[in-house]
Design a protein around this ligand. Sequence first.
Ligand SMILES: Nc1ncnc2c1ncn2[C@@H]1O[C@H](COP(=O)(O)OP(=O)(O)OP(=O)(O)O)[C@@H](O)[C@H]1O
Length: 368
Amino acid sequence: MSTVANTCTEMSSMPPPRPISARLALPGPAKLKADLGQESGKPSLTIDDYEEVIDTFRGVRIWWCACMRFPISQTISFYPDREQRKFYRITFHKRHRKLVEGEYLNHILREGRDVTVRTRQRKLFTNSPSSNWYGYRRSSCWSHVAFEHPATFDTLAMDPKKKREIIDDLVTFREGKEYYKKIGKAWKRGYLLYGPPGTGKSSMIAAIANFLEYDVYDLELTAVKTNTELRKIFIETTGKSIIVIEDIDCSIDLTGKHKEKKKDDEDKDKKLPPGMEEKDENSKLTLSGVLNFIDGLWSACGGERIVIFTTNHVEKLDPALIRRGRMDMHIEMSYCTFEAFKVLAKNYLGIVEHDLFITIRYKIFLVK
Ligand SMILES: Nc1ncnc2c1ncn2[C@@H]1O[C@H](COP(=O)(O)OP(=O)(O)OP(=O)(O)O)[C@@H](O)[C@H]1O
């Protein structure tokens, strides 16, 4: 090792190296630490303090060591842990400096972020009424529980062609960072799920969340009183998330009626002193507030957001709310087809083929 350790770099803010893969080697009987990430059931392995592992990148060997530094202090602290400075020391041959400082460190940061996403416990958030936002412990407008819905695209009963289209669309979205940047649009996509009650809209949302490994923010619009509150709620969401408004037609008057309502408001605004109109608009929740929430400036903060509306009555919604570009894909969740029936038979009964399928196909689904 002494012949190789010509260059030494210390990094205090690096993520831990990737979990042990085939390319990482432990010299001698090095110790690893297995942790359950915060609120996560998935264990992750890290190197123990002062232990060493060797990584190989493009044929170059890199030694990693987890180190700790204590500040020289004359005072006695109640919180000694907070004053320790943990960092990773990496060692490599100096002729590889350019490769390590450029490509390798970027690769480690990228992989570190991916591992964090893969191993974290995903969450289901719900918004609390604004009256609860500021207690004696200043709290967020969202509270959460672990998201553990078992639905996947495999268990979702729907026309396989339609299912494929949705999956392809999600994959294109997930890999579209550069594309959205190029065209100058926020990295987000809207889906409208509509159809009769009990046809799988909530199951579809869970399947999308599980497929993309995103968190879910279940936005209860009836608990939001004003456009300003909606903005605050939205700003507190994170990237890689799905923001869901279920039964949007029941949540707020966002139907075609808003035009009459708007006219009433215009009449009312006429009576307001100059400068007060905007204030008045922000003191209630309006269709334009929701439209701003979907495609306003703040929708660009952070990346990768999906907005999903569900409704049983698509015809009641204002066309402005669901026009393409806002709700990019309109997905009808309708009554069971024969293909969807086969998925349910497989899920519930484990039956893939059966003699009765022909009769069922003919008598129930009226397909010859
Ligand atoms: N297409 C489907 N694929 C798989 N399961 C389904 C499907 N449709 C309904 N189900 C099952 O029926 C139940 C109700 O489905 P779900 O809650 O997803 O429907 P929904 O359209 O969201 O209903 P609502 O409009 O009443 O909220 C769930 O237990 C779900 O597993």
